[in-house]
Structure formats: C-alpha cells, structure tokens
Design a protein around this ligand. Structure first.
Ligand SMILES: Cc1cc2nc3c(=O)[nH]c(=O)nc-3n(C[C@H](O)[C@H](O)[C@H](O)COP(=O)(O)O)c2cc1C
Length: 323
C-alpha cells in the first residue's frame, strides 16, 4: 500500500509556482511524507516543451516525490506518463482539481469532475502504462449541485489507482469557504484504496481533526506550509503523542528563509530566484511582530545581501517589539 512506506502522514500539496524543487527539498528536510511537483501539461510533455520538461525534474533530496500531470486526453496522458518514466517518480499524480479558468476551459483539472466516464478512461490509460503507483487529486465536485466525489472516487479505484487525494471543496468554491469534511469522510467510506484529505490544515490540531473526523489515511498541506516548512514536524509530533512543538525562533525562521532563497537562486538563477524570493520572504515574516514595516522593502529585493540585511532588521524589530 502506498501509504505504508511513507514516513509520516503529512504530505506537501502541489502548488504551481511555489512548491518548486527548493521548497520541496526544504519540506522533505522538515519531514514531509512526500512532495508533489507543480502540475505539468501532458500535452506539453508530448510536444517536448522545455518548460514542462524542467517541471518534471526531481532531485534525490526531495524523495519520495510525485510528478503531477494534467490533461484530458487518455492517450496523451498515457504517452506523457511513458515520457516521464526516465525521471523515476515515486508516484504519478493526476490533477482533477485545478479550478483555474485557463485549465478548466480546456476540459482539464476540475472540469473533469463533470465527466466521470472520462476520468475512469484517463486513469485506466495511465495505469496501463506503468507499474509506478498512480494517485488522483480531485475536488468535492464541480459545484454544490453536482457534488459527485464519491462516484468519481469509486471509478478511480475501479480503474486501478493506488490512492485518492480529495480537496473538500467544489470548483465553484475555489479556496473558500472552509473545507467540507463530510465529503472526505464519504469518499473514505466508499473506497478501499487510501484516501488523503486536503484543505485548511495549518497545524497538528487541524490535521488530527481531519484524520479523526474523516478517518482518512493521510493529509495534505498546501497554504499552511508557505513560509512554514516546520508544519510537517509539528503535525507529526502532535499526531504521535499530542506534543506541541515550540514554533521556530526568529533566528531559525530567518536562517531558513535565507537558505531557501539561496537554493532558489541556485536552481533558477539569480534573477528569477530573487523575483520569486519576494513572495516567500513575505510568507516567512508573516505574523512576526514589527515585520509588517518590511513589506515594501520585500517588493524591491534584488540580491542576497539585501535579503540578509533585511532579515537582520526583522530580528531587531522583533526584539524591540517584544520588550
Ligand atoms: C498557489 C497555489 C498553487 C496550486 N497549484 C496546484 C497544482 O499545481 N496542482 C494541484 O493539484 N493543486 C494545486 N493547488 C491546490 C493545493 O494543492 C490544495 O489543494 C489547496 O491549496 C487546498 O489545500 P490547503 O488549504 O492546504 O492550501 C494550488 C494551490 C495554491 C494556493
């Protein structure tokens, strides 16, 4: 069983443009059970698109790792699976939950929730192509009038998938209101393959609540890990025996931010790395007393020296505000 060989129950969610190699390695270092790449276009891979090929690259430091594919044509999806086998993913995940207009307008992502027969065909086609476990990430349904995750999950299981992740919201709901735990519970009751619950998990308590309420086998964390890779250790400790780990110190936070951005620059080059560093830096300082004053500075960061100087000022501001 796919879940049995994982070292914990907390998985890093795929987050396009955010959960890249640098962040995934960091989350594995902080005990994420496995990580998932950005969604990659199956069509792009079959057309040998350079960007798509870059997205499926996996390093040894981020394993176990899943490559996530999106697409709606079973043959193209199967061909894409064949093409990514050289990258040796531990898992291949199929995206059937993305709500973005440019994805759903092509019949991909969560638009597939409107077509359970096609979902089954896609899963069958990709399962036939490889012995690597295939997992599928779905939503509750397209909208509140068509909540069909249970039917979809049964079809996914029937087609040979190894696990299902369910984000307990419909496509129409995008990322709010709060997640519907009942639909995750219903999916878990309906299938025998492992079910991974997803939505709004931010710490040990919310993780335990999801696991207890829905009886799901593992949980996936997205936004709760932004600027907060410690969340995986915190969840693991809480699930083990209720331990509440202390949050990282301000120094630890800043050190982690710096090494994260160093990796970003190493893997993507200084220009792109520093551009992307801005959003990560904003997440790392979120909630730190006195740090709001640095928001504007973050928007103009252009090299590591500036980031180091800013991190020093954040530390000073933190202690001044704590007196
Ligand atoms: C910036 C961002 C990018 C995302 N990209 C993907 C993606 O590529 N594939 C996918 O299946 N879900 C994607 N998601 C959805 C997340 O994986 C997750 O299902 C969602 O954020 C709910 O979990 P959370 O409440 O823990 O954030 C993305 C979410 C965010 C915030």
């Amino acid at each position: 069983m796919i879940i049995d060989y994982l070292k914990g129950k907390a998985i890093l969610a795929p987050m396009a443009g955010v959960a890249d190699r640098a962040f995934r390695e960091l989350c594995v270092e902080h005990s994420a059970a496995f990580v998932v790449t950005d969604m990659v276009s199956a069509k792009g891979l079959t057309m040998h698109d350079r960007k798509s090929k870059e997205l499926i690259a996996l390093s040894e430091e981020e394993r176990p790792a899943a490559i996530q594919l999106f697409g709606s044509d079973p043959q193209i999806m199967a061909h894409a699976v064949y093409l990514l086998l050289d990258n040796k993913p531990d898992i291949i995940d199929i995206n059937m939950g993305c709500p973005a207009p440019k994805i759903v307008s092509n019949g991909c992502g969560s638009a597939l929730m409107k077509n359970p027969e096609l979902i089954e065909e896609i899963v069958r086609a990709v399962v036939r192509e490889t012995t690597i476990p295939i997992t599928v990430k779905i939503r509750a349904g397209w909208d509140e009038n068509s909540v069909n995750a249970v039917e979809v999950a049964k079809r996914i299981q029937q087609a040979g998938a190894s696990a299902i992740t369910i984000h307990g919201r419909t496509r129409q709901q995008m990322y709010a209101p709060s997640v519907n735990l009942n639909i995750i519970k219903e999916v878990k009751e309906a299938v025998s393959i492992p079910v991974i619950g997803n939505g709004d998990i931010v710490d040990g308590k919310t993780a335990k609540h999801m696991l207890d309420y829905t009886n799901c086998d593992a949980i996936m964390i997205g936004r709760g890990a932004l600027g907060n890779p410690w969340v995986f250790e915190q969840v693991n400790a809480y699930l083990k025996d209720g331990t509440l780990l202390s949050p990282p110190t301000i120094e630890e936070r800043m050190e982690t931010m710096l090494s994260h951005v160093e990796k970003l620059c190493l893997y993507k080059g200084k220009k792109i790395g520093m551009m992307e560093a801005r959003k990560h830096a904003a997440w790392y300082i979120k909630g730190i007393r006195g740090a709001a004053a640095f928001r504007q500075e973050i928007g103009m960061l252009s090299d590591m020296d500036e980031l180091k100087a800013m991190s020093q000022k954040v530390i000073e501001a933190f202690y001044q505000n704590n007196i």
